[in-house]
Write a protein that binds this ligand. Structure first.
Ligand code: NAD
Length: 428
C-alpha cells in the first residue's frame, strides 16, 4: 500500500474526527461517515495497439449519497490508489454539502498513465471502466466528471458506452462534456469565478473595498486565470502570479507592481498554465523565485496551484498586509501552517468552500442535461454567484456566531447536513 495515499485517507478521517468532536456526534454517525458507503474495484482488460493484452485496475468509491446521487471526478494516474480515491470521495461529500447542492460524494480512478497510451487505448480504458460499473453509476446513482488527466473527450466516450449498454440517451450520466454535446457554458470560468465571488463577500465583511485591494496568486492554470479575470473586472489589482516551468523543473513568480496584464500573459502561456519566462521579462515582469508569490505585500493571497504549498517552512513569510487567503487549490495549506494562520487571525476561505464553483456548475450541467434545455452563459454564472454567495454567508455567519475558524465552520455545516440527511432517512 502506498504510504502517501494511505496518509491522505487518514488525513481525511482525522479532519472528520475533529469535526465529529465539535459536533459531539454519536458512535454510529462517526462509524458511517469515517468510511465510504461502498466501493468498487474493477479490472479493465484492454487490447493494446501492439496486439498484446493489458489489464488496468480501476475504482469507484461512493462515500455518501444521503443527500443525493454521488458526484466526483475520475482520475487517470500511474500512482492512483484506492486510499487516494477514498479520501477524495469523502472531501466531495463535504464540498457538495457545504455548497448545498443535492449530491453526495464519490470519486473514481484508473491506474494508468495517458502520456504512454494512444487515444485508442485511452478510449478502451474509458469504455472498459463503464462496462464494469454501468449498473453502479448513473444519473440517479452516481455522476462522474473529469479530473486529473481526464478530459471532455474521455467523458464523451464514457457517456457513449453507458448509453449503448442502457439502450437510451442519458446525457445527465456524466458531466464535463464538450459544450454542444451536453456540456454547460460557464464551466471553464466556474471554479475561478466562484473563488472570487467568495473573496468579494469576505472583503465586504472585513469592511474592505475590493477595488482598493491587491492580490498575489499561486498558479496560472484554469482556476487562477479566471480568478484573476474576475478579480480585475471587479477593480482589484493582481500584482504577482506564479507557475511551474517544465523546462527548468522549478516554479517562478512573475511580478508587476502596477498589476499583471492577463491577456498579454495568456499569449505567452502554454496549455498547462506555464508562462514563458524570457517573454515575460521582455514584457517587463520581474521574474522571482518560486516562493516570492507568498511574500508579497498584498491584501489577498490565492493559492490556486496544488496541495501543501503553504507550509510550516514558508507560512511566516506571509506579509503583515495579508488579510484574506482564498484557497483556490485543493489542500494548499498544511495543518501546521493552518494553525499559524489561525493564530494570526487571517481570514481564510477554505478550499472546499472557495473552489466549490466547479462542482456547482457540474450540477448545473446535469440539471440542464436532464431537462434537455441549456441556459445562456450569463444565466449559469448568475446562478453560480447566488449559490456561492449563500454558501459563503452560511459559513461565515456560523463562524461569527460560534466563534469558529472559517475552516471549522465550513466543516461543521457540511458534516451536519450529511448527518441530518442520514438521520432523516433512518440510517442512523
Ligand atoms: P491547472 O493544471 O489548469 O493549473 C495548475 C497551475 O499550477 C499551472 O499554472 C501550473 O504551472 C501551476 N503549478 C504547478 N505546480 C506549481 C508549483 N510548484 N508552483 C507554482 N505553480 C505551480 O489546474 P487547475 O484546474 O487550475 O487546478 C488548480 C488547483 O485547483 C488544483 O489543486 C485542483 O485540484 C483545484 N481545483 C480545480 C478545479 C477546476 O475546476 N479546475 C476545481 C476544484 C479544485
Amino acid at each position: 500500500m502506498n504510504q502517501k495515499s494511505f496518509n491522505l485517507f487518514e488525513m481525511a478521517q482525522s479532519q472528520f474526527d475533529r469535526v465529529a468532536d465539535i459536533l459531539d456526534l454519536d458512535a454510529a454517525a462517526r462509524e458511517l461517515l469515517r468510511n465510504p458507503l461502498r466501493e468498487y474495484h474493477v479490472s479493465i482488460p484492454v487490447r493494446m495497439d501492439d496486439g498484446s493484452s493489458k489489464v488496468f485496475r480501476g475504482y469507484r468509491v461512493q462515500h455518501n449519497d444521503a443527500r443525493g446521487p454521488g458526484k466526483g471526478g475520475i482520475r487517470f494516474h500511474p500512482h492512483e490508489t484506492v486510499d487516494t480515491v477514498r479520501a477524495l470521495s469523502m472531501w466531495m461529500t463535504w464540498k457538495c454539502s457545504v455548497a448545498d447542492i443535492p449530491l453526495g460524494g464519490a470519486k473514481g480512478g484508473v491506474i494508468c498513465d495517458p502520456h504512454h497510451l494512444s487515444l485508442r487505448e485511452q478510449e478502451q480504458i474509458c469504455r472498459g471502466w463503464v462496462r464494469q460499473l454501468a449498473k453502479d453509476v448513473g444519473p440517479l446513482i452516481d455522476v462522474p466528471a473529469p479530473d486529473i488527466m481526464t478530459n471532455a473527450q474521455h467523458m464523451l466516450w464514457m457517456l457513449d458506452e453507458f448509453e449503448v449498454i442502457h439502450g437510451a440517451k442519458y446525457p445527465g450520466f456524466i458531466t464535463g462534456k464538450p459544450v454542444g454535446m451536453g456540456g454547460s457554458l460557464g464551466r471553464k470560468e466556474a471554479t475561478g469565478y466562484g473563488v472570487i465571488y467568495t473573496v468579494r463577500e469576505a472583503l465586504k465583511e472585513l469592511g474592505i473595498k475590493l477595488e482598493n485591494t491587491t492580490a498575489s496568486v499561486q498558479g496560472f492554470g484554469n482556476v487562477a486565470q479566471f480568478a484573476i479575470q474576475l478579480f480585475q473586472q471587479y477593480g482589484g489589482n493582481v500584482i504577482c502570479v506564479s507557475c511551474w516551468d517544465q523546462k527548468d523543473q522549478t516554479s517562478y513568480s512573475f511580478k508587476k507592481k502596477d498589476g499583471v496584464d492577463l491577456d498579454a500573459l495568456l499569449k505567452i502561456t502554454d496549455q498547462f498554465g506555464g508562462i514563458d519566462k524570457n517573454k515575460a521579462k521582455d514584457l517587463g515582469y520581474e521574474v522571482l523565485d518560486a516562493e516570492a508569490w507568498i511574500h508579497q505585500e498584498v491584501d489577498v493571497l490565492i493559492p490556486a496551484a496544488l496541495e501543501n504549498q503553504v507550509s510550516a517552512t514558508n507560512v511566516s513569510k506571509i506579509a503583515k498586509s495579508v488579510k484574506l487567503i482564498a484557497e483556490g487549490a485543493n489542500g494548499p495549506t498544511t495543518p501546521e501552517a493552518d494553525e499559524a494562520i489561525k493564530q494570526r487571525k487571517i481570514f481564510v476561505i477554505p478550499d472546499f468552500l472557495a473552489n466549490a464553483g466547479g462542482v456547482v456548475c457540474s450540477y448545473f450541467e446535469q440539471v440542464q442535461c436532464n431537462m434537455n434545455y441549456f441556459w445562456e452563459k450569463d444565466e449559469v454564472l448568475e446562478k453560480l454567484d447566488t449559490k456561492m454567495t449563500s454558501a459563503f454567508k452560511a459559513v461565515s455567519e456560523l463562524a461569527g456566531k460560534r466563534k469558529l475558524y472559517m475552516r471549522d465552520a465550513a466543516y461543521v455545516i457540511a458534516v451536519n447536513r450529511v448527518v441530518q440527511a442520514c438521520k432523516d432517512r433512518g440510517w442512523i
